[in-house]
Design a protein around this ligand. Structure first.
Ligand code: GLC
Length: 419
């Protein structure tokens, strides 16, 4: 496939998956498997669409704001159109509320808004998203950090976007090897607890499930910095200062509470104990420039390029190949996911590790060319699994355009910052 063919394939898929309902436009991650709107998926969609359809990229994000809760949370699923059959499907009945889920997902929204703004400098679009952004990030800062340690908590594994990742096994009381049904049952039980306590997140965290996850917090840091830029553009200088300070507080807390022996680990519960499971999450802080240059080098040399861990023939596996929970066909327990590759690719570029970023891009592209737009891929064979016509493969287009236009970045890179 050449670049034009790849772009055409992405455009076709994104058009096929687009839906319009009661005035709102959004994209299904996969028509057969995921027939609703998902929060972080829509942010990925906006990034993909920004390369060929800015108007729909904006619509995709505006529609998320429509179902924002009064407390500011944006739900991770919106069921715009519920057919009879859909009322009995697992997403709809199980996730807490009638028209939306009761959970959220990694906060990529500010980043997606800013990417679009940088293409056409449409200040009206920034203004129309600001209220939703302000309240969403304030909600996370206020409601998801009850001990004020500056790490944002999740109340269910699904809020990480990595539903059955082994990072959450211990808290779900599950061994490294178990069935996906057992895993799903535990996660649904948490949704039920959440519903019973009337969606009181601090209460749920303290009593049922409380993880401060690495990618979620790294994404939060990068997005708060971006939100600070958005606030600045709109002339809200107090907000700009505030969001930037909060970003740096979280970045420091991540280094203090998550970092050990050269790796980043999620922490759990009120004691913030580290969950020492080796997953791709250790690379997520690169996306927010949190590790120093030498720490980043160590992550690359000792882990990313280590064949026993993350340097599989198709990289990068979501779980290190030598972790006891690794399962190359296990959904979030080993297979390659293109959005994960995208985060690591972006992070590596920020440090000027262009060659390593290029390897990830080439592998991602090969996976799509060989197996199509599948949800996940086997890290040794490249075989595709799960949902078909799955939109995340479209992020390869963003990697391609980045490679073609923006390869030289080291000047962006403020190394050996004030750590
Ligand atoms: C799966 C993924 C989640 C994604 C959803 C829709 O549940 O784990 O991250 O948002 O599918 O694509």
């Amino acid at each position: 496939m050449n670049d034009t063919q790849l772009k055409d394939a992405v455009v076709t898929m994104m058009c096929e998956n687009r839906r319009k309902t009661v005035g709102h436009v959004y994209t299904l991650p996969s028509p057969q498997s995921y027939p609703y709107q998902w929060l972080w998926d829509s942010c990925f969609h906006a990034i993909i669409l920004s390369h060929f359809d800015i108007a729909n990229a904006k619509e995709e994000l505006l529609s998320l704001a429509v179902r924002q809760f009064e407390n500011g949370m944006i739900p991770h699923m919106i069921y715009w159109e519920r057919s009879e059959a859909a009322e009995h499907d697992v997403f709809n009945v199980a996730w807490g509320k009638k028209d939306t889920s009761s959970l959220t997902q990694p906060p990529m929204l500010a980043y997606a808004v800013w990417r679009i703004y940088q293409l056409d400098y449409d200040i009206t679009f920034l203004k129309s998203m600001y209220f939703a952004l302000f309240h969403f990030y304030k909600y996370l800062l206020n409601e998801r950090d009850p001990y004020e340690k500056h790490l944002i908590g999740i109340i269910n594994p699904d809020e990480s976007g990595e539903d059955n990742s082994p990072r959450f096994d211990a808290l779900l009381d599950l061994p490294p090897v178990h069935t996906s049904e057992e895993n799903f049952k535990r996660r649904l039980a948490l949704v039920e607890e959440n519903r019973v306590c009337n969606f009181d997140a601090p209460f749920c965290m303290k009593n049922f499930f409380w993880v401060k996850d690495v990618p979620f917090n790294a994404i939060m840091v990068e997005n708060l910095r971006t939100l600070s830029k958005i606030a600045g553009k709109l002339g809200y200088s107090y907000d700009a200062l505030y969001f930037n300070e909060e970003a740096e507080r979280i970045a420091s807390a991540m280094r203090l509470l998550m970092f050990e022996d050269g790796m980043y680990f999620a922490t759990q519960g009120e004691h913030y104990g580290k969950i020492k499971v080796k997953t791709w999450a250790t690379f997520a802080p690169l996306f927010a420039l949190i590790p120093t240059r030498s720490e980043a080098e160590r992550l690359v040399q000792e882990h990313l390029t280590n064949e026993k861990e993350f340097a599989t023939p198709f990289s990068i596996p979501t779980v290190a190949a030598d972790d006891p929970s690794f399962n190359p066909e296990g959904f979030w327990r080993g297979p390659v996911w293109i959005a994960v590759n995208w985060f690591v690719f972006q992070g590596l570029l920020k440090y000027g590790f262009n060659e390593h970023a290029n390897v990830i891009y080439q592998h991602s592209r090969k996976l799509i060319e060989q197996s199509g737009f599948r949800e996940q891929f086997h890290p040794y064979t490249g075989a595709g699994y799960g949902a078909k016509n799955f939109t995340w493969g479209g992020l390869v287009l963003d990697m391609m355009e980045t490679q073609n236009t923006d390869l030289i970045v080291p000047e962006k890179f403020k190394m050996e910052q004030q750590h």
